[in-house]
Design a protein around this ligand. Structure first.
Ligand SMILES: *Cc1c(COP(=O)(O)O)cnc(C)c1O
Length: 400
């Protein structure tokens, strides 16, 4: 649970700054704020932390995906390649902008396989959304290379690996745009919240306009007199979220460092067990270590080992069976049960392509996820907890 474990006096202090002014929203009321501008400060600090030119705070990671896809002008008639293993929000965001998501397979990194991705490209492909799942990087260098070769836009969904990097460059800054989530489960949290980052001013401006009803945020006039070029909507981050973000961002490197220590400890307990292998992390140095993923030789053994671990107090997830993170299990998606009754955009007449979501088309995900078990790693894992895990693992290993 990472950042959520560390909510304390720093967060309270930041929140109180805001409550004392009484100004809870972003924008306007500059006199009453007495200098407290939490969201803009959080954006500035976050952009600097990531090494991105621009950052825009929004209401959630899901909103960040939609805002970014909109800024990238992805829409009706377009296809977007998305990995079959991700939180469902990545897929929903593509549908939200009226485009059609195309299923990509994963590789041993548990993230989008760049070679498979290349095979999914059609004349309708406009963008690709690689996701850095479970805290660790995709083969992002290769994904960027393939996308570049085919002139595709890249939006990195970095909701799950905030603070992670690939060869020293922060995740979320490789593509045209990147997004982050600060929901309560994520590496750092603002209760709900998200961020869009980019180096391109034109994309930042479109995202900024769109996320706030088109407001051009002209500092020289009041909000009521601001100009607009495009229509938008409301995905504004509020000052309480910005306050939490500032406090949590300052803890992010500590969170990652502690998790890395704890992950190494648990990894050490599993390493010597015959038949156990580990997720292939393209740059282990860039892993934020929120999860440890390990694998066994076949699905049946994996299920038995998972049960034995559970019986001994060690909980793991097999994502092939997970209801929210693996496309073949989304019966409502497969039935095209969109929130509107017209099954839009699946039935959009302007869409000329043809997609299939059959699980037989993602053989690597089917194989790898069925043999992979995932354990959550916390910031706080005291000796007793680690000892209990060690004991549970040793007992469970007897069935192998
Ligand atoms: C959490 C998550 C999101 C959505 O973020 P919210 O802030 O919960 O809306 C998007 N993509 C991935 C991969 C996520 O894990």
């Amino acid at each position: 649970m990472a950042g959520a474990e560390l909510i304390g006096k720093e967060e309270i202090k930041e929140i109180m700054d805001v409550l004392e002014t009484g100004v809870l929203m972003r924008g306007d009321f500059f006199k009453e704020r007495k200098g407290a501008l939490k969201v803009p400060q959080f954006e500035k600090d976050f952009a600097r932390y990531c090494g991105a030119k621009f950052a825009l705070g929004v209401t959630s990671g899901s909103a960040a995906l939609k805002v970014a896809l909109t800024a990238l002008d992805v829409g009706p008639g377009d296809e977007v390649i998305v990995p079959a293993f991700t939180f469902i929000a990545t897929w929903e965001a593509v549908l939200e902008v009226g485009a059609i998501p195309v299923m990509g397979d994963i590789d041993g990194s548990l993230n989008l396989d760049p070679d498979d991705m290349e095979r999914r490209i059609t004349p309708f492909t406009k963008a690709v959304v690689p996701v850095h799942m479970l805290g660790a990087p995709a083969r992002i260098d290769r994904i960027i290379e393939v996308a570049g070769k085919h002139n595709l836009l890249v939006l990195e969904d970095n909701a799950q690996a905030c603070g992670g990097h690939f060869r020293g460059k922060k995740l979320g800054t490789f593509g045209d745009m990147g997004i982050f989530s600060f929901d309560y489960y994520k590496t750092m949290t603002t209760a709900e919240g998200g961020m869009v980052v980019t180096d391109r001013q034109d994309l930042y401006e479109r995202a900024d306009w769109y996320h706030d009803h088109g407001h051009d945020h002209n500092p020289d006039v009041g909000r009521a007199l601001e100009g607009r070029t495009i229509l938008g909507f409301n995905y504004r981050m509020n000052e309480l979220q910005g306050a939490l973000g500032l406090a949590q961002l300052r803890k992010l490197d500590y969170i990652i460092a502690e998790q890395r220590k704890n992950k190494e400890a648990v990894r050490g307990m599993l390493k010597s067990i015959k038949g156990i292998g580990f997720r292939n992390v393209p740059d282990p140095e860039g892993d934020t270590a929120t999860f440890l993923a390990f694998n066994l030789t076949d699905e049946e053994t994996t299920a038995r080992f998972q049960k034995a671990l559970g019986d001994n107090g060690v909980n793991t997830v097999c994502f092939k069976k997970n209801l929210w993170h693996y496309l073949p299990n989304w019966e409502h998606f497969l039935a095209q049960s969109t929130a509107n009754s017209r099954k839009y955009p699946f039935r959009d007449p302007s869409y000329r392509g043809k997609v299939s979501y059959d699980r037989s088309a993602i053989p690597q995900a089917e194989d790898i996820l069925g043999r992979t078990l995932v354990m959550g790693i916390s910031v706080k894992m005291p000796e007793e907890r680690l000892a209990a895990i060690q004991e549970g693992i040793q007992k469970a290993a007897k069935i192998l």
